[in-house]
Design a protein around this ligand. Sequence first.
Ligand code: RIB
Ligand code: CA
Length: 316
Amino acid sequence: MSTVPTPLIIDTDPGLDDALAILLALGSPEVDLIGVTTVAGNTSLANTTDNALRILELAGRTDIPVAAGASRALIREAPRTAEYVHGSDGLGGLPLPAPSVPPVASHAVTFLAERLLSTPKPVTVAAIGPLTNIALLVATHPEAAARIGRLVVMGGAARGGNVAPTAEFNIWSDPEAAHRVFSAGLPLTMIGLDVTDRSVITVGDVNGMGDGRVARFVEDSVGFYGRFHQDRYGTTDTYQHDALALAEVIIPGIVETSHHYVTVDCGETLSRGTTIVDLNDVTGHPPNAHVALEFDHPRFVEVLVGRLKDLDTKVR
Ligand code: RIB
Ligand code: CA
């Protein structure tokens, strides 16, 4: 097992579950978060960028650069954002410190390209929002995209959906971007609803984490997110979609995957944004994604809560 941390960039649309995913990475010595790039998705780009800055401020990690990216989807604007889930500001209106540093001047895509070309070790990219920035990277800096060591995407589903009968929010928000990314030949792992719809973290899991500021934010966040789940699903259990993707980055193998061909429906019907996963390999197309189908839930809870507690011991 390598003791040298893996360089990591998180492309994100914070987002309550994005926030826990970013904090999980900051509490994990297996990875070195060298940058955060933001994209519109759960809420506006202005909000997702401000939220990323505030999350890093909370964790005392204003040394980590934040670069703002795409403010809308490539071709057709997403029909809606997800403030109905994450609150009007994207983080439940929860109290967080104001940013003391601005985002960097570079666009997220330029930032990604520069980091990928200048970092000696292969960089892992965790994409936990719509894939617009990653698609633009592939299109404008293919030589940089080719240096991605691993691309872990929270998005899609082999079966089911959450914003449409068969579509998951990140893919549905920018299907053309997702299609470009899935067809780019990148070392892609897809962490879809097949597993994240079971990535339950309960209020009980995070209560009693201590009185640190990370613990307080996490408890408030799960509480707020839980109220949405109560209204929508009849339980305060929360699905921590993005944190499971980061858990796979940090503990490879916590999620069981199967290698299959995946493409994206970019049509204009109800199935727009569907990830079409060839689970039975009937198309004859070569596999292009490691698709998550099972995961170790007790281990996930242990890793998430444990690393968030560890982070709190560093934040004073
Ligand atoms: O469908 C879940 C995904 O959409 C998560 O990344 C969540 O943050 C939202 O962006
Ligand atoms: Ca997200």
